[in-house]
Each structure stands twice: as C-alpha cells, then as structure tokens.
Design a protein around this ligand. Sequence first.
Ligand code: FMN
Length: 338
Amino acid sequence: MYGHCYGCKICNGRACGSTIPGPGAKGVGDVAIRNYDMWKQVRLNLNVVYEAGPVSTEVNIFGKDMAAPIFAGPVGAVQLHYGDKFTEFEYNDLLIKSCIEAGIIGFTGDGTDEQVLRAAAGSIAAAGGQGIPTIKPWHLGTVGAKMALVKGAGAFAVAMDVDAAGLPFLKGKNPPAGPKSQEELIEIAEMADRPFIVKGIMTPRAAIKAVKAGAAAIVVSNHGGRVLDQCPSTAEVLLEIAEAIKGSPCLVFVDGGIRDGVDIFKAIAMGADGVLMARPFVNAIYQQGYEGVLSLVRRLKSELEDTMLMCGAKTIAEISKDMVRIPKLWQHYDAEGN
Ligand SMILES: Cc1cc2nc3c(=O)[nH]c(=O)nc-3n(C[C@H](O)[C@H](O)[C@H](O)COP(=O)(O)O)c2cc1C
C-alpha cells in the first residue's frame, strides 16, 4: 500500500472506493468501478480464418512513431494522493523517461500547488519536450501563464482536462476556474500553438464543440470517476462520440478502467485512435520504478498483438467495429441528445 492506494493486482476501483485524497472516485465511487466493468461487457469476435502474416501494434500519432497507441495518463499531486515515496518531479521524470524508452508517450498532471505543473514542465524539458502536460481549466489569465511555462519546456503538444471543473479544489477559485466555452477553447488552442488536446469529453455535443475549437484530439474521459458521480462509463459513450466527429481531423483517445491489451483492442474497434491509462502506470512506478513501466508496456503490447492475431487485424488501422460485440442495451445519443 502506498498512501491511500492498495496497489491491487486488478485496479478496478473497488478497494479505493471514494477515497480522495487517494486514487478513489467521487460520491459513492461507482464510476471508476463501472469504467472497469463495462469494457468487460464488450466481447471479441474470434476469427482466425484469414491469411497469416506479421502483426504490428505500431502507430504514428502527431508525427511521433509509437510502439503502440498507448499513453500514460496524467496524474497530478502524487504526494497528496500516494504519500511521500516520490516527489512530483521524481514521479514525472521516471514516467516520461520510461515511456520514451518503451516507445510510448506520457501525459503529466496539474494541481493547485503550482509546483505540480512546474515539476511536470521540468521533466518534459529534460526529455526534450517528449511529453504532454495537462493544464487544469483555470481562469484564462492563469492558463496563459501555465501555457508559457509548458511551451518553454518545449512540450510538443498540450492538453487541458476540462472535466476538472468538477474537482472540489477548483470550486470557489478567484479568479474563477471551471467550464470552458467553445470560444474560450479557441483562445486556449491558439495560446497552445501546437496540437491541443481536450480531455474530459463525455457527450457528442461537447466533442463537436472541441472539434470546432480546433482540438487536435479529444480524450473521452470522466476523470476516472473523480469529477462527477453517477455518470456512464467511457466504454458506454465512446462509440457515439467517435461517430459524431468521424471525418474530422480530430483524433479520439479514451481512458477509464482500461487495464489490458484486450481492453485497448476493444477501444480501438469502437472508434478510438489511442488510449490513456493512468492508475496502472502509478502502480507500475510505485511497485517497480522505471522497469515497472517497461514491463507494463511489454505486457500491454503483447496482449494487444495476441488479440489482433485472434480477431484478424494485422495492423492497428485494420481493427474494426465488426471485430467486437457491443451490448445492444447501450442506448446511443446524437449531438441533440436524441
Ligand atoms: C490520483 C489521481 C490524480 C489525477 N490527476 C490528474 C490530473 O492532474 N490531470 C488529469 O487530466 N487527470 C488526472 N487524473 C485522471 C486520470 O488522468 C484518468 O483520466 C483517470 O484516472 C482514468 O484513467 P484510469 O482508470 O486508467 O486511472 C488523475 C487520476 C488520479 C487517480
């Protein structure tokens, strides 16, 4: 156990429940559990009647060659949530560098303590800009200052977790932090002046606004259940969101309860271009440090390869919706909520 985390073998939100500070979820704590459970409701169509050949999980995202479409998700304020084992800088440094060696990319987090983003920017600068800082939805003036910090670090892309509007510590801020309009997102994307990623999209309507604001990618995410109790899992809304912005240049990433290569395959089949995983990378680092990340990515990649082989996809681009069975009960909504 580290801090408030039990370091469970299967990180499914059950043991940590609603523990915040700690890795838990808000309210009754069932959104993190639902995130995990709903990927398991999607089943795979086993199909090995095809001409065999090498299977590759490699992709190119934002001009970066990646070993697989996997990102380490942003986790800010690690000392608050996980205790004193690592400082903010040590955690980010281990994460960003090990992700690079593993052939993937790490996101970093933000917090009320300005040292959190400062440490993240330091780690990304030390890695030649090969990481994605995630700025909270502060007042635009504060966003401007934080944007200057991460651009100074040479970050090749920048994200904003707009859903952090639901974190208790952002409430009552002066100047006010919180939801961002399409016009404000346009301004923030212009400030970023590099691929800008909007994290925390859970409806087609919000996705369309992010696209109109010029987002290079959205992350379908409910912040691991930490910002709004009783919302659906990300698996349940992924398909309708991906369909709503199909044909736009905006990429779709997803996170929440994705724990193995099989889940990654399902997410891609349902319209994602890549996935983020947050808590599993924390566990990897707290349990085994740098080597923990390398071994986690090796496992994910090999599970993804195996699933591709068994479902008939030789490349990530070949993974398609007909390779999975999605529960019919999952009602779909369009941008008008119909
Ligand atoms: C302790 C903790 C801190 C987090 N801090 C941030 C953050 O600073 N910025 C952010 O965008 N998301 C943050 N997240 C949310 C994760 O990036 C991710 O969206 C969420 O945990 C779901 O993914 P998972 O189920 O793989 O953990 C945090 C999550 C946890 C558990």
